[in-house]
Design a protein around this ligand. Sequence first.
Ligand SMILES: *Cc1c(COP(=O)(O)O)cnc(C)c1O
Length: 402
Amino acid sequence: MSATAQPTSPHVMNTYGRLPIALSHGQGCRVWDTTGKAYLDGLGGIAVNTLGHNHPELVPALQDQLTKLIHSSNYYHVPGQEQLAAKLTEISGLTNAFFCCTGLEANEAALKLARKFGHDKGIERPEIVVYEAAFHGRSIATLSATGNPKVQAGFGPLVEGFIRVPLNDIEALKKATEGNPNVVAVFFETIQGEGGINPMRWEYLKQVRQLCDERDWLMMIDEVQCGMGRTGKWFAHQWAGIKPDVMPLAKGLGSGVPIGAVVAGPKAAHIFGPGNHGTTFGGNPLAMRAGVETIRIMEEQNLLENAATVGAHLKAALERELGDLPGVKEVRGQGLMIGIELDRPCGVILNRACDAGLLLSVTADKVIRLVPPLILSIAEADEIVAILAPIVKNFLSEPAAQ
Ligand SMILES: *Cc1c(COP(=O)(O)O)cnc(C)c1O
């Protein structure tokens, strides 16, 4: 198999540069393609398949739910929403949740909360602070909040009301908002995912929390990718010992079943009233069951601890194998969210790893990203390194132009 981009499908819109394989089934951290070739899953469907594939407890629970109700409607109470909201507020220390189906929808809800928070205070043109290299989704509002010109190109006019600042620079944040009475919120990822696995420093998170308290801004943390146990705590910001006012979630929350949520603390939990926001599919019984079971199984199987331990092992092994090579700028991340930044674009590593039986991604052009299922074992982590290290070494020994 030669991993080059597939020809455009006659009927599916051409929105992705796809690898020339189709996956057919999986078990644990392994997947197989339609030709029977096996892969180790270092990508987890982009930080989605928390429990891996064909999990022996998740699948029967979903089968049970399918026979009961897939969808009802938000015209009625959905007991699964009560259950999942109770659990999410317990593990986050926040108070209320709204359910939707994707990450961008969770972020849209957060942006609407921030704007209405402003309007309720008499601010007619609310502004929200966002960050360089951020990724928040591809709807018109969330691509406007995203700090990547490639995501925005061709879709102007962008939504107004965003102020962009660099990461981890409290003085820059103060300066950008100085004397501006229209600021209502600061919105960021604890660890930027698509932007290249860029962490916010814990000290900075504390400083932003303090500034938000002083100025009555909402602190809104997009934990769509870094949340749900991936870093070894339920939510990555918990490493800094702070709490946001608004927290969008999605990706790993349903182990593969589409689901999103925005979880809010007291300052934001009662901004929306009936009629302010809604979605047809959000909070459906199947997705709620997936969320409840995912968290239950994570607790039962100590997957936070597993993500922390196996992640630290994987990062240390990658550092040992690759850290000193000229061409490797940094191995960084927390838990099972790891980036290896090279000094040059390295998209081809995705294809070569795929050929060698390892799924991963390359983001921000130069960063090899590993976001495997949280059930990854030490032996599987070692296998990732054994496949990936020679590929990176060979790649870096080639002439730089590619
Ligand atoms: C993936 C992602 C999104 C968008 O989620 P979708 O489900 O693709 O809409 C938003 N924010 C972050 C941090 C993400 O990683």
